[in-house]
Design a protein around this ligand. Structure first.
Ligand SMILES: Cc1cc2nc3c(=O)[nH]c(=O)nc-3n(C[C@H](O)[C@H](O)[C@H](O)COP(=O)(O)OP(=O)(O)OC[C@H]3O[C@@H](n4cnc5c(N)ncnc54)[C@H](O)[C@@H]3O)c2cc1C
Ligand code: HEM
Length: 520
């Protein structure tokens, strides 16, 4: 259970955050847990009914399989027989049936594009859709010109009209260095905007521009050293990635294009990219919550923007399982600043371990030196929501505190207009409060910051606030510093907490623009 009262947090819908669209998990029958599903997939049972054959599926054929006991769904061109999975689906059978006999890619992505269906449904694979996706128009052309010239990006006409203008790239070299330059054609670019991974001979730089992703993805023509640097010239929107050659020879070409090279597409249409990170430390924070520190590979540049989360992936009995987590700073006192080193090597997570949970006990079992895969960041918090802010209110329940950590650090360090930041932190007991003494110290040190703890099951000695989120608590707490002050209220916790909180805030006449709830 989360550190909030059980009646507001039913076990079966124990998802920590409200799901996109406000839906949540359904109770599953006994014997229908994720572990039971994995067991079934390993049992050797024929789950497709095709005796191991893979077939090409036409649209007409797909449409026929639209009943619960005969349900095929296409996701990204692959067709799965999901009938055996029906009773195991945490979102419920009806949700899964919405995509029955059709291409469910968009629906799937809207709800949980991070769920690793390929691994979970590998035994349910029926085959591919008969129609093959067309190659990008300029694919062959690009293969020839990838040599420092600027090939036309894979931009659709719609995107060209509605989205930001398409970035481009170039490269140049000295005896010892190769510099790849990405021209984003945007001003609000910083070191968070680009994620670089170099693995074997594959070089991948993904630049996130608003809701779009621009990818430079090549197999380099020569070897490079492990470390590289990333520089951003903000006012011209230029990103420079400086690679060190292993040998001082002249490169005739940068390399050859890999999948989706030089594409500029909506971020939601890109897959999640993972790299393996090493566990470097694990510390107890409360009786059930730990601070995990993961180290990025030296050949990765990744900074998780304020308010965003990543997905952690672990193989659990042979199936890859993915769960979202929100990186925090190592403490509330690590000042928020641009890193001195170009590569910010460590990512910290505050994670509550559920003894009966599926993923967190596995995470907890990891030894120092073991690896976990970490995805690129996701999330819809926009940092400019904090610009010129005067009052920041944070409402957190249990580990819903995690997104607040970076927001708090960022706001106190970078927003000169800020007059006050108030955190109302809901927990069950005093023992459940994460970083209590740090919060109290911060409130003492920085007069703009106040913290109020609210407990639902306190001991008799507790003299602070008691209860659950309520209109009375909120109206007393959410006092603007002036009638016209610019306010932001951030909200994060289990589904019922977030849903009730949102409703109360609307009833208290806060506008949509003044509220941000953290969701998957
Ligand atoms: C955007 C986002 C960010 C997040 N960030 C963080 C973070 O920073 N830190 C953090 O700790 N968590 C975070 N979470 C929650 C996290 O993703 C996991 O949901 C959480 O760690 C639980 O995972 P688990 O697999 O161990 O537990 P689960 O298997 O999901 O189980 C959790 C609890 O529910 C019970 N349960 C599960 N299914 C059922 C059922 N069908 N019937 C009855 N009981 C059931 C289990 O017994 C267990 O007690 C975040 C979630 C989201 C959406
Ligand atoms: C395409 C139609 C689908 C719809 C509409 C749908 C809907 C949902 C909903 C509403 C939830 C609960 C809310 C949430 O956790 O975000 C959920 C959870 C889940 N679904 Fe689906 N789903 C679909 C397909 C699938 C498929 C094909 C898989 C295959 C593995 C899958 C796996 C899961 C898992 C693992 C969860 C739990 C996520 C978590 O841990 O929070 N879903 N789904």
């Amino acid at each position: 259970m989360l550190n909030v009262p059980s009646q507001s947090f039913p076990g079966p819908s124990s998802q920590q955050r409200v799901a996109s669209g406000g839906r949540s998990k359904v109770p599953l029958k006994q014997g229908r847990s994720l572990m039971d599903w994995i067991r079934l997939t390993k049992s050797g049972k024929d789950l497709t009914g095709l005796k191991g054959r893979l077939i090409e599926v036409t649209e007409e054929e797909l449409k026929k399989h639209n009943k619960k006991d005969d349900c095929w769904i296409c996701i990204r061109g692959f067709v799965y027989n999901v009938s055996p999975y029906m009773e195991y689906h945490p979102g419920g059978e009806d949700e899964l049936m919405r995509a029955a006999g059709s291409d469910g890619t968009d629906l799937f992505d809207q709800v949980h594009r991070w769920v690793n269906y390929e691994s979970m449904l590998k035994e349910c694979l029926v085959g591919r859709m008969a129609m093959k996706p067309a190659l990008p128009k300029d694919y062959h052309e690009e293969k020839k010109v990838l040599n420092g010239m600027l090939p036309q990006s894979q931009v659709t006409d719609t995107l060209a009209k509605e989205g930001p203008s398409s970035p481009s790239y170039d490269w140049f070299q000295t005896d010892s260095l190769v510099t790849i330059v990405i021209y984003t054609k945007q001003k609000d670019i910083n070191l968070d905007s680009v994620i670089v991974d170099h693995r074997d001979d594959s070089f991948r730089a993904e630049t996130v521009i608003k809701d779009y992703s621009y990818l430079v993805h090549v197999a380099l023509s020569h070897e490079i050293q492990e470390d590289f640097s990333v520089l951003v010239v903000e006012n011209v929107g230029k990103i420079e990635i400086v690679l060190k050659k292993k040998e001082n020879t002249s490169w005739k070409r940068l390399g050859h294009p890999l999948e989706n090279h030089n594409s500029f597409i909506p971020k939601k249409d890109t897959g999640l990219f993972y790299r393996k990170c090493q566990l470097v430390s694990k510390e107890n924070v409360t009786h059930d919550t730990k601070l995990f520190c993961l180290m990025l590979p030296p050949s990765t540049h990744l900074q998780v923007p304020v308010g965003q989360h990543v997905y952690l992936k672990l193989p659990i009995t042979g199936t890859e399982i993915v769960k979202p987590y929100t990186p925090v700073s190592d403490s509330l006192f690590s000042e928020f600043k641009e890193p001195v080193l170009p590569n910010n090597m460590y990512i910290y997570f505050l994670i509550k371990i559920y003894p009966a949970g599926f993923f967190t006990p596995e995470l907890d079992q990891l030894q120092i030196g073991d690896y976990v895969s970490v995805s690129n960041p996701e999330g819809n918090f926009i940092i400019c929501q904090l610009q010129e802010l005067e009052d920041l209110f944070l409402l957190a329940a249990g580990t819903g505190f995690t997104p607040m950590v970076k927001v708090l650090n960022y706001a106190l360090t970078n927003i000169p207009s800020l007059r006050k930041v108030k955190l109302m932190f809901f927990n069950k007991t005093e023992d459940d409060i994460i970083w209590r003494s740090q919060l109290e110290k911060l409130a003492f040190k920085d007069k703009r910051f106040e913290v109020e703890f609210v407990l639902s099951a306190p001991t008799s000695e507790w003299s602070g606030k008691q209860g659950y989120i309520s209109p009375a608590l909120l109206s007393e707490f959410l006092k603007r510093s002036s009638d016209t002050s610019k306010v932001l209220i951030c909200l994060c916790g289990p589904t019922p907490f977030t849903e009730q909180g949102m409703k109360m805030l609307h009833d208290l006449n806060f506008s949509k623009d003044e509220i941000h709830s953290f969701t998957a």
